[in-house]
Write a protein that binds this ligand. Structure first.
Ligand SMILES: NC(=O)c1ccc[n+]([C@@H]2O[C@H](COP(=O)([O-])OP(=O)(O)OC[C@H]3O[C@@H](n4cnc5c(N)ncnc54)[C@H](OP(=O)(O)O)[C@@H]3O)[C@@H](O)[C@H]2O)c1
Length: 288
């Protein structure tokens, strides 16, 4: 069954940049009212003003999803300003490209809090509203890495696997209601989420990269069609399918990627900025 997004009230996290920003503009064009959530107030306010200048409806709500509490208050604030929420899009996320043994505890915690605890707490805060009205749609933005574990993305992959599991279980739990749960898995996308090292990795492994606008268009389509799982890109869909059935085959396929990832993951961000990458790469090779 298709949903018309016109007139819907949508809480969208991570709206200030990348896929979230493109999605916000697209949903506003379709006539939705948007609660734009993120930490960077300037970006959210600029976006809300740009949407309103085009005749759309959007309001900024500054909130750090990685906080341990406050998610109920955010939902109540949005409801008080915009009325009942029809759709929650858990899009905000951070990446972590690093050999696991070198990754700091703080970074690990931040990845878990942002990518999985935040979406779970926000969904928990909004669900009573959806249940009361027996309507609503939860859209979780995962990743190909939520179905295929990639070396040097161990914690990021873990958070996206968790988000996929959460989406699947909740969809089944709510199957007697009119509330829908969608899990969308983009492949690599050209946004600031990806560091210089990850861009280099994508280039060297030949990974296709989508533009944020294309991904936003597909997410909006998944929202209109209220699909369950939605994987973006070929051959990524095939990779996900084979990995589910024959993970050992994918172990072999990804061996070269793992080697390139290990080489690139240890190069510090300051080296990319200073253009001193070759020096660090040689230094690393000697250290091994
Ligand atoms: N880009 C890719 O290659 C790719 C591939 C597959 C999946 N994805 C997924 O797509 C989603 C969007 O990513 P993107 O590529 O558009 O990245 P992006 O451009 O870096 O945008 C991420 C957004 O999340 C927000 N955010 C981060 N931490 C937050 C926090 N603690 N509280 C509130 N907001 C927070 C950021 O806003 P503030 O800084 O203002 O808080 C930012 O607007 C993520 O879930 C990501 O995992 C991306």
């Amino acid at each position: 069954m298709r949903t018309d997004l016109c007139g819907r009230s949508i809480l969208l996290t991570g709206a200030g940049s990348g896929i979230g920003r493109s999605l916000a503009v697209r949903l506003a064009d379709k006539g939705a009212t948007l609660a734009l959530v993120g930490r960077n107030e300037g970006k959210l306010v600029d976006l809300a003003m740009a949407i309103r200048a085009e005749g759309g409806s959007a309001h900024a709500f500054v909130f750090d999803l990685a906080r341990p509490s406050g998610h109920e208050k955010l939902v109540n604030d949005v409801v008080n300003h915009l009325g009942e929420i029809d759709i929650l899009v858990n899009n905000a996320g951070i990446s972590g490209f690093c050999e696991f043994s070198r990754q700091g505890r703080e970074e690990i915690g931040h990845l878990v809090e942002t990518n999985i605890a935040g979406p779970i707490y926000l969904t928990h805060a909004i669900l009573p509203h959806f249940i009361r009205r027996n309507s609503g749609h939860i859209v979780n933005v995962g990743s190909t890495f939520g179905s295929v574990g990639f070396g040097c993305f161990s914690v990021y992959s873990a958070t996206k696997f968790a988000l996929r599991g959460f989406s699947e279980a909740l969809r089944r739990e709510l199957d007697h209601t009119a509330i829908r749960v969608t899990y969308v898995a983009p492949r690599a996308t050209r946004t600031s989420l990806n560091s210089d090292a990850v861009m280099q990795l994508n280039e060297r492994t030949g990974a296709a990269m989508d533009e944020a606008d294309e991904v936003a268009k597909l997410i909006a389509k998944a929202m209109e069609e209220r699909v369950g799982d939605f994987y973006i890109g070929m051959p990524e869909r095939i990779l996900v399918g084979i990995n589910g059935l024959f993970p050992r085959v994918i172990d072999a396929v990804l061996r070269k990627n793992n080697r390139i990832a290990r080489d690139l993951a240890g190069i510090p961000a300051k080296a990319w900025k200073s253009g001193n990458v070759r020096y660090y790469a040689d230094f690393q090779k000697k250290a091994k």
